[in-house]
Each structure stands twice: as C-alpha cells, then as structure tokens.
Ligand binder design. Structure first.
Ligand code: NI
Length: 249
C-alpha cells in the first residue's frame, strides 16, 4: 500500500474524482494527501476529505497567490484545522522563479502560516522554488517539522533539510531523463524520503506530458525501488513509516 503525500484533486482538473480514486486503488495507492493553494481550493480540499475516507487534507496559501489572498483567507485556515482529517499546513512556501519583486510579501505570508502550524502543532508542506536560502532561513525561525515538497535540490541542500528534521517529497521529476535528482537520491537514506505525485502536474516517464494522477505513485515507486535496489513492499513500508513520524495519519 502506498500513499500519495501531495496532490491537488480539484474540480478544475478532474471531472470524476471517484474514477481517480478507483484508479489509485488498482495501483495500490490507498491514501492521498490533498493540498490547498487558495481560498477556493482550501474549501474543496475540506469537502473532499469529508466525503472520502482515504483523502486527507492540508490547508494553505501557495506563494503564487501572494498578490491576491486576503487576511480572512488565513483566518479560514485556522478556523478549519479541527475539522476531520486536516493533518497539515500546505502548500506554503517561497517561489522566486518568475519574480523576486514580491519576496518581502511572500516571506510575510509564509511566516504567517508557519506561525499557524507552530500554534496548532501541525506539520508543514513546503514549496520552494529558486528560493532555497530564504526558505531555510525562514523555517529556522519556527519550531515546525514537515516535508520539502517536490525536492529537486543538491545533496548538500538535502542534508541541510534532513538535519532540520524535514522529509523530502520525491515525485515524477526523478524519472525525467534530464534530471540529476536520481544521483542525489541514490545517496540519501530512504528513511528521509516520502512519495508524492503533485497531480495533476509532473507526470512521471513514460507518461510525461499527460495529466498526472495519484495512481502514478506506483510508477515513481518502481523507479525508486530499482534505483535503491529494494522491493516495492519494503519501499511502501519504509515510506509509510516515514509519513507516520511526521503526520497524524
Ligand atoms: Ni503542489
């Protein structure tokens, strides 16, 4: 049994969530952690977690929403943390890929949500793109644990996050032919790794370019079990134990 620790199951991407869950089950993916990005998706994430017993919820405002979110969207998060199966704050973080011009605002939004996580003792799911140093420095100001989602950095960066108590979320990027991630992950003990799809994005090879879905965890797992020379069963056991160290799942 595998867990997809990071997906975005929203109506705008998937017409038929029942089918997506059936596909996942057929591929031994029995649990999903659905991540919100803004006020609309946070509400959807809550609704799905109530409807399906194997979908868990994380609430958060993504850095790409930094220019449009309102203060009340943060209140919505803290107001709904006690509802069933909300197990983390995410997807939150810093993204300087398109612009650094709003980095002060991004850090402010990030810190507001790290404070919520600290106050409620919940793990965080971190998005960090072209912002490694600021992400590390911001995280260090808080007592939080969690996951570096879609980790694709160097071995040196991986070891810093691991030392800070974070897990590395590994997805289809590791299967991409031009990715150096497989070299990095070869050297990282499996005790620090969990699996994710980031559906509908980052579809693994050989399906790259198509819409992703949680069932594709199995393709990512096969790639990593080959890379690490262990069985799929052992990989499932280790990664599920890792999840339990961080998440109340
Ligand atoms: Ni994501």
């Amino acid at each position: 049994m595998f867990t997809d620790t990071h997906c975005h199951l929203y109506k705008e991407y998937y017409e038929d969530i029942d089918k997506i869950i059936t596909n996942a089950k057929e591929c031994h993916v029995n649990r999903m952690l659905n991540n919100g990005c803004n006020i609309t998706s946070n509400q959807e994430v809550l609704d799905l977690a109530k409807k399906y017993n194997n979908i868990y919820a994380a609430l958060g405002i993504h850095p790409e929403s930094v220019d449009t979110y309102k203060e009340e969207d943060l209140l919505f998060i803290s107001d709904h943390l006690n509802e069933g199966k909300v197990i983390g704050i995410g997807e939150i973080g810093l993204d300087y890929h398109y612009t650094k011009a709003n980095k002060e605002q991004q850090i402010k939004l990030f810190e507001s949500q790290l404070r919520i996580a600290e106050d409620y003792n919940l793990p965080v799911i971190i998005h960090s793109r072209d912002a490694t140093i600021d992400t590390i420095n911001t995280l260090k100001k808080f007592h939080v644990k969690g996951v570096i989602h879609s980790f694709s950095g160097s071995k040196e960066t991986a070891l810093i996050y691991i030392k800070m108590g974070f897990l590395l979320g590994i997805n289809g990027v590791i299967t991409f032919k031009n990715s150096k991630l497989k070299e990095t992950i070869k050297d990282i003990p499996l005790e620090h790794i969990i699996l994710e799809t980031d559906s509908p994005y980052l579809t693994p090879e050989p399906y790259r370019g198509k819409r992703n879905e949680p069932a594709r965890i199995l393709d990512i797992a096969k790639f990593i079990s080959d890379l690490k020379g262990i069985s799929l069963e052992d990989l499932a056991t280790i990664t599920n134990n890792n999840i339990k160290r961080i998440f109340d799942i």
